[in-house]
Design a protein around this ligand. Structure first.
Ligand code: FMN
Length: 327
């Protein structure tokens, strides 16, 4: 059988399928189920920066619910009372009970007081820390470069405080995406998770009111991250973890071919149950056997732009040429 082992941020994973941060990873029972189903690692449900500084009233007042899938979940689930100590307790218990890497996660918007506590994640044994950073760039007075500076400041200050690997999970609202990813990498991100999926608004045309867009992703949402991972893998030293719209082995395989070191799954597990991880892993193994690959490294990144014999086909100019050419 094929060898599914991979390395993500210097962590050894038995396979590249990670249970993403969500309500499925907000309890010891939940993360154990993920491990039992075969996950290569788990990212624990995010702790909010405001929970660390215990300023819940400010959090409720300032939260932009339209943007945060995780905030929606936070206020609608039993995990609503996590604070730092409980959270650290969960990470510690997970470390004691699981054999796979346990990645802690903080949802943050500033490099404020919470960073003083970042080393506690390392002290209780978390294998890595994932920073889920998102500032909705809707303020007409704030420039793109100021927003980017904020990301660099948070990452730089966290890196000063801890020695475990740090991943940054980002959205897609950056005008100079390649440059931004390169800068995040140069500021020390060991991993970059592309992309977080934000909770958006929809409009009910009968009741003339706002309603929520679907909480869970569809497989068709895979392409944005796929393109950016294919473009950036090999360009920067950080490892990429793919997220959003990965619902089956095909999605995992595409991202590995594009150059991701790992993949993060959430919606498909909420839809089909955590056991779906096992089916995906079996399908990945079967595909590798069918293609004659004995290890992930045999094909990982083979279809990234860097390794392509037609690198121009990853760029829009080539797309336009082919559309005009065939018209
Ligand atoms: C109910 C729910 C809760 C989530 N909570 C978090 C969270 O706490 N932290 C985080 O970084 N992402 C959170 N996410 C985002 C997921 O980790 C994932 O990045 C996103 O759903 C896209 O992946 P998918 O297409 O596999 O669902 C949450 C998503 C859902 C649906």
């Amino acid at each position: 059988m094929a060898d599914l082992r991979t390395t993500y941020m210097n962590l050894s994973l038995k396979n590249p399928v990670i249970a993403a941060s969500s309500s499925l990873t907000s309890s010891l029972e939940g993360v154990k189920k993920c491990e039992d189903a075969g996950a290569g690692a788990v990212v624990i449900k995010s702790l909010f920066e405001e929970q660390i500084t215990q300023d819940k009233n400010r959090m409720i007042g300032s939260m932009n619910f339209d943007a945060y899938t995780d905030a929606y979940d936070f206020f609608n689930s039993a995990s609503a009372d996590f604070y730092l100590d409980e959270y650290l307790g969960l990470v510690e218990d997970a470390k004691d009970s699981l054999d796979i890497p346990v990645i802690a996660s903080v949802n943050c918007v500033s490099s404020g007081q919470w960073i003083e506590y970042a080393e506690r994640f390392e002290n209780i044994g978390a294998d890595a820390l994932e920073l889920n950073i998102f500032v909705l760039p809707s303020n007409i007075g704030t420039s793109g470069s100021r927003i980017e500076e904020n990301y660099f400041e948070i990452l730089g200050n966290v890196k000063k405080n801890i020695n475990i690997p740090v991943a940054v999970k980002i959205g897609y609202h950056f005008s100079g995406m390649g440059n931004f990813i390169n800068n995040i990498s140069n500021k020390g991100a060991d991993g970059i998770v592309l992309f977080n999926r934000f909770y958006k608004i929809d409009i009910d045309i009968e009741n003339l009111s706002l309603k929520s867009s679907p909480l869970l992703s569809e497989p068709g949402e895979i392409y944005l991250a796929l393109q950016w991972i294919a473009l950036m893998a090999g360009e920067v030293s950080s490892d990429f973890s793919a997220a959003t719209g990965i619902h089956d082995a095909e999605g995992v395989i595409k991202h590995l071919l594009a150059g991701a070191k790992s993949t993060q799954l959430c919606s498909t597990l909420l839809k089909n149950g955590v056991k779906h991880i096992g089916e995906i892993i079996t399908d990945l193994e079967l595909w590798m056997d069918r293609k004659g690959y004995s290890s992930i490294s045999d094909f990982n990144g083979s279809l990234s732009q860097e390794n392509s014999s037609h690198p121009e086909s990853y760029e829009r100019s080539q797309f336009i040429k082919s559309v005009i050419g065939s018209a």
